[in-house]
Structures are given as C-alpha cells and as structure tokens.
Design a binder for this molecule. Structure first.
Ligand code: NAP
Length: 285
C-alpha cells in the first residue's frame, strides 16, 4: 500500500472540539443552548444507529438534542403535524428527519415542510436553490464534510478534475455544485457519473480527485484510478465482515496518493457537520 490514509475520525474530533468551544461561547453570550430535534420513523436498524451517533455527538459538544420516535405506520399528516410543531418551537434550532422514511410517506413533502432556517440537512428546495446560486445558508452534511476534509488536508481543488460517482440529492449533486462553485475548496472542473454513464473507468481514470457515492460494495478497483489520485469513499455497505465502502481499499490504496477508509473516513465528518449546521441555525448564520 502506498496511499496516505485520510483519517476522518481524527479530523472530526478536532472539528468537534472547535464547535464545542463555539457552543460554549454561544451559551455564555445568549443564555440559550442550541438544540437539535431528530425525527425517527419506524425501527430501521441502521437509522437507529445513525440517530444515536448524532445524539451522542450533540452531547459531546453540549448541543441539546431531543428524539421524536414515530411508529412505522404513522400517517403523513401526523408527521407533518409534528414538523409544524417543531417549526414553531423556539427552543428548537435544527430539525433532522432521519431518512429513509417508510414508502407510504412522500419524503419530499415532509422535507419541504421543514422551516428552511431549521433545515440543518439542507434538503429544503430553498436551501438547495441557494447552494446552486452560490449563496448557501447551510451546506449539506456529507458534502460539507468532504469539502472540509479536502481543505484541511491541503488537497488542491482549483482547476483540478474532480469526478463524482453518484448523483443523489444527498451527496453527488450538492457535492458537484459546491466543488464547481467559486471559492475555497472549490473552483474544480467537475464530472458527475451515474448508472447510465458509458466508459465509466475511462472517466474515473482521469480524476485527480475521485469521490464515490453509489452504494455498491467495493465497486471501484485499482485499475479505475489514476496513479496518485485522491480517492474519497462515501459508501457504507453492511456485509457479514462489517462495514465496507464503495471502493476496494486494498487494490485502490496501491495506486492512489490518498484514500479515506470505511469506517473512519467520511462518516464521522458528516456527523460533525450536522453539529456545525445546528450551531449555525442557532446563530442564524
Ligand atoms: P443513492 O441515492 O443510493 O444513489 C446512488 C447513485 O449511484 C445513483 O446516482 C446511481 O445512478 C449511482 N450508481 C449506482 N450504481 C452505479 C454504477 N454501477 N455505476 C455508476 N453509478 C452508479 O446514493 P447516496 O444516498 O448518495 O448513497 C451512496 C452511498 O453513500 C451509500 O452506500 C450510502 O450508504 C452512503 N452514504 C454515506 C454517507 C456518510 O456519511 N458516509 C452519507 C450518505 C450516504 P442513477 O442515478 O443512474 O440510479
């Protein structure tokens, strides 16, 4: 293995320390504590783990959190009612709707109902539009975490070719918008690939920075990567051997210059950015 491993867990701990100091200042200056309200519908095991991790992270930086659990068969109207209540609650600064929601509920309707200034996941159309226009209120947590990883490891993006595998609303599309915008950790030339892309390996081999978010276990192999490239693995796939990414770490780390591990790469940074956005919501930035 020749690649340098980018330690997302360590970086996330450093960022959380910074946030904890800012939260302490905020409480001292305002007499209120930032609060995140998380909404969990049903009993999906992975969602339970994600929400628990997010609540523990809140505790570590002294952000208050509250969890609203609703049964799998909750009606869309009942969920909308809860969102309206949280929108009105002045003690709540950030609202997190843990995805996925049950099939009977139209997630886009629920995400549109969250007040944009409390939308710490940045999924509301108003916040998506602001990102596209280069004037974000919040940056979505996973792409923001990846951008921080690039900036804080001095990984140049200006004029470099970033290839993103995956065009989801959560990762691929906002990541492409952010990295092709003007500014720090941006100004890249971005290509977005998806399941209909032809000659995928021919494109990934051109990437200076390759960001992979497709949800396909160990899909990207060493021969798909340009020697010396930076490879960011967003994927989280549950296997009998534990969590694995979308990147075949063994073969890719022989070719890449830098690589994120799974677990311990992008995941912890996503959680840190949720804390950052909740503090921002309280500060109304
Ligand atoms: P998603 O909604 O599952 O969409 C997958 C995307 O990958 C789609 O755009 C799809 O193309 C594309 N795709 C699928 N197979 C492909 C292939 N063979 N070649 C090229 N493109 C392909 O994506 P997501 O929600 O972004 O999740 C992706 C992965 O990241 C999952 O493993 C998820 O668990 C993980 N994730 C991790 C974090 C974290 O914090 N670490 C956060 C979010 C997600 P089409 O659009 O054409 O269908």
């Amino acid at each position: 293995m020749s690649a340098t491993v980018l330690d997302g867990k360590k970086l996330a701990a450093e960022i959380q320390q910074e946030i904890a100091e800012e939260v302490a200042d905020f409480i001292a200056n305002n007499g209120t504590t930032p609060k995140l309200a998380a909404v969990l519908v049903g009993g999906d095991a992975a969602s339970e783990v994600y929400v628990r991790n997010k609540q523990r992270a809140c505790e570590r930086v002294a952000i208050d959190s509250e969890l609203h659990r609703l049964p799998e068969d909750v009606s869309q109207d009942a969920l909308l009612h809860l969102v309206a209540k949280l929108n009105k609650d002045e003690s709540v600064h950030g609202i997190l709707i843990q995805l996925p929601l049950p099939d009977a509920i139209d997630a886009s309707v629920i995400l549109r109902a969250v007040c944009p200034v409390k939308d710490v996941d940045a999924f509301h159309p108003e916040n998506v539009g602001r990102i596209v226009q280069g004037n974000p209120r919040f940056l979505p947590c996973t792409p923001q975490g990846i951008q921080q990883l690039l900036i804080r490891n001095n990984i140049e993006t200006i004029g470099r070719h970033v290839v993103i595998l995956g065009r989801s609303d959560i990762v691929g599309r906002p990541m492409a918008n952010m990295l092709s915008s003007r500014g720090i950790g941006a100004d890249a030339t971005v290509t977005v690939c998806h399941s209909k892309t032809q000659d995928l390996a021919g494109i990934t081999q051109q990437a200076d920075v390759l960001i992979v978010a497709i949800g396909r276990e160990q899909f990207v192999t060493g021969e798909m990567v340009k020697p010396g490239a930076v490879v960011i693995d967003v994927g989280i796939n549950r296997t009998d051997d534990g969590l694995v990414g979308d990147v075949d770490f063994e073969s890719v780390s022989d070719v890449a210059g830098m690589i994120t591990p799974v677990p311990g790469g992008v995941g912890p940074l996503t959680v840190a950015m949720l804390l950052r956005n909740t503090l921002c919501a309280a500060q109304q930035c």
